[in-house]
Design a protein around this ligand. Structure first.
Ligand code: HEM
Length: 150
């Protein structure tokens, strides 16, 4: 009975993580070309606003369920453990990078507008167009994690 409850809980946590990840994917896809989409149809501006309102909830869900999945899965992996941890770290690194892009752009930091080479590089690696390709890589890495664990 206890085992069944644990299995159902694991299933629900995974399910919430995948739903949050899919919503994130849709939002990042729309944000890729939002100005163009709004020109075609004003409704996209409302959809985009809705996604922005949901950002904090989606991020919190991903982090909370992600941490629970890590704790659960680290106990399961054996042969590929080093490789699993490396892939997981790359995934987390990309996720933190995306968070930096989102939160720095929210606060529209004046620091990035200075004309030195370092500021230009920062501006380049923190542009919001990178969110979608990085999300795709995160999906790929997540699939790899799944394979490595089995
Ligand atoms: C943009 C953010 C994220 C996306 C798009 C994403 C996507 C996914 C997807 C699609 C899966 C399911 C793979 C499968 O079972 O087929 C997954 C699993 C997982 N995610 Fe995430 N995730 C994100 C953020 C996070 C974060 C922040 C953490 C940790 C704090 C995390 C930890 C995990 C773990 C541990 C698994 C299970 C991997 C395994 O099967 O061993 N994810 N993720």
């Amino acid at each position: 009975m206890t085992n069944q409850i644990l299995e159902i809980t694991k299933f629900l946590i995974s399910f919430i993580h995948i739903i949050a990840a899919s919503t994130w994917f849709a939002g990042s896809l729309i944000s890729l070309n939002i100005n163009h989409l709004v020109k075609i149809n004003e409704g996209f501006s409302l959809i985009s606003k809705q996604f922005i309102d949901w950002t904090n909830i989606i991020i919190s869900s991903l982090v909370i369920t992600g941490v629970i999945l890590i704790l659960n899965n680290l106990a399961q992996i054996n042969d590929n453990s080093m490789f699993y941890i490396c892939v997981l770290l790359i995934k987390l690194f990309l996720f933190i990078w995306i968070m930096l892009i989102i939160y720095l752009s929210r606060f529209k930091t004046i620091y990035l507008n200075k004309p030195t080479i370092y500021h230009k590089i920062f501006k380049l690696v923190l542009q919001s167009k990178l969110i979608f390709p990085m999300t795709i890589i995160i999906f790929l890495l997540s699939e790899l994690l799944n394979i490595l664990r089995i």
